[in-house]
Design a binder for this molecule. Structure first.
Ligand SMILES: [Zn+2]
Length: 340
């Protein structure tokens, strides 16, 4: 990295920087964690200037050293700060950041493989009987019909109504949304309050690991299997998929016949990244706000070398997918911009 880049990078990590002939002398970003008195007032960390090639660094006080991208990632982990901008800055000049991200991903894959046997063994411990849903079925709240969802949709997703729900503030009926694993087994249930007064909008019925699933994935795969059946059983890779934040976003786009899953929030988990690796193209339609933008950056960082990543633009004034009409949604998909 060139000297100006290193100075900018140091500034973003809160370190001072002095440019020398072959290196930039900065305060060690790990001083708060690894230096005896927690400071580095007489800067002891040198980052070497390099043209296009990857820059190395070394701290003479704590002895830590490595690549710049490695430094940034470790710093981000220790300080719990978002390092996307810093990594982008390095990437403008160096290819090595891709290698580092790839390495971290492979590490996660290995960890997953180790865990997989155990996960498979315990898999059915996560599964609930369909009987658990029975008390809520047969009726859906007016709330969802008023928002333009059809009765057929409610039936297909087995949505229900919990009239009895109450907490210390009194009764607060909920739309019941079952959450299913890839293979269609019931793993959780979420309740959406049918009013917009303050308080908890969503409430999870069972303490289930939400981050382990992509909501709606069973519906996407079932639709694909049905389509394949019609076309004969030639092998096809899994299709392109769109990801959104909310349950109701995913259900609305299913009505539009767009294969869509929800990550049930704006930030993606390791498990969800792992599930998404099975798809061949990803359309990202997180909400058009700060949280959605941050979530999108994280997804791009984690999946950039795996598949084409596309950002779905919303028409002006619309901030989440369920606000789009069918024509607008398809138009937005056709005009998606490639991010990586
Ligand atoms: Zn140090």
């Amino acid at each position: 990295m060139r000297a100006e880049g290193i100075v900018a990078l140091a500034g973003m990590m809160g370190s001072t920087a002095k440019v020398r002939k072959t290196y930039v002398n900065i305060q060690c970003p790990f001083a708060p964690f690894y230096h005896k008195n927690g400071t580095d007032n007489d800067p002891s960390c040198n980052v070497f200037i390099a043209e296009k090639d990857r820059s190395g660094w070394k701290c003479h006080s704590c002895g830590r050293h490595g690549t710049l991208a490695g430094m940034v990632i470790q710093w981000a982990i220790l300080t719990r700060k978002d390092a996307t901008d810093l990594l982008d800055l390095i990437q403008e000049e160096e290819e090595s950041v891709e290698a580092v991200c790839g390495r971290l991903d492979r590490k996660w894959d290995e960890k997953w493989k180790e865990r997989e046997a155990e996960v498979v063994k315990n898999m059915d411990l996560d599964v609930f009987s369909e009987d658990e849903l029975a008390p809520f079925l047969g009726k859906v709240p007016k709330y969802i019909i008023d928002r333009g969802y059809s009765i057929e949709t409610c039936r297909a997703w087995r949505l229900g109504y919990d009239k009895e729900w109450k907490d210390e503030d009194g009764p607060r009926p909920r739309l019941v949304i079952p959450i299913r694993r890839r293979d269609g087994k019931l793993v959780g249930m979420s309740g959406r309050a049918v009013d917009d007064i303050k308080g908890k909008k969503y409430w999870n019925y069972w303490n289930f690991p939400k981050s382990h699933y992509l909501f709606g994935e069973d519906m996407v795969l079932a639709a694909q299997a049905a389509e394949k059946g019609r076309e004969g059983d030639k092998y096809e890779p899994l299709l392109a998929i769109t990801i959104v934040e909310g349950y109701l976003d995913a259900i609305k786009w299913w009505e539009y016949q767009i294969p869509t899953v929800s990550i049930m929030g704006s930030s993606i988990s390791n498990e969800q990244i792992h599930l998404l690796k099975d798809y061949e193209r990803l359309y990202i339609a997180l909400d058009a706000d700060k949280a959605g933008d941050d979530g999108t950056s994280e997804i791009v960082r984690r999946l950039r070398n795996r598949m084409p990543l596309m950002r779905v633009p919303f028409p002006s004034g619309k901030t989440d997918p369920k606000q789009l009409t069918q024509d607008e949604a398809w138009y937005a998909l056709e005009n998606a911009k490639r991010l990586a």
